[in-house]
Design a protein around this ligand. Structure first.
Ligand code: I3S
Length: 128
């Protein structure tokens, strides 16, 4: 990864495959569209990539893949949100700009790890 403005390279905290859907953009509700996403937590951001398995071998070049989108975790809010889906293990991430995402995994331990790791980053940013 490339250095920050202060010259430090942001620390990679976590990466893995989760199901994702965006449910609001700037406070406006969106229609759900669940899809697998490669999620990377680095520095103050959660970065979403296309599921590498859904790509053709030629289109998947490590280090050469552009993120689909990225979320600034500063001031973000995290909540378990099983009432917002028929799926299990769902949490909602809301950014200060009013973008809302649901993230989900079939694996209980995995989703709990993601939840606490993201919450730790949000808490750290709140203290800055
Ligand atoms: O909250 P909803 O509207 O029940 O969400 C479901 C729909 O988005 C559905 O697509 P349609 O817009 O074609 O009905 C999705 O296929 C479902 O996955 C959504 O519900 P879940 O419970 O999976 O989050």
């Amino acid at each position: 990864s490339s250095p920050d403005s202060d010259g430090r390279t942001p620390e990679l905290e976590k990466a893995g495959l989760l199901n994702k859907t965006k449910i609001a953009e700037g406070g406006r509700k969106l229609r759900k569209n669940w899809s697998p996403s490669w999620v990377v937590l680095v520095g103050n951001s959660l970065v979403f990539f296309k599921d590498p398995k859904s790509q053709t071998p030629s289109s998947w070049k490590p280090g050469n893949s552009r993120p689909e989108s990225s979320v600034d975790l500063r001031g973000a809010q995290l909540h378990w949100a099983n009432e917002l889906s028929s799926k299990k293990n769902v949490f909602k991430l809301r950014t200060v700009t009013g973008n809302e995402f649901l993230l989900q995994s079939e694996t209980d331990s995995l989703i709990r790890e993601w939840y606490s790791t993201i919450q730790n980053v949000i808490d750290r940013l709140d203290r800055e």
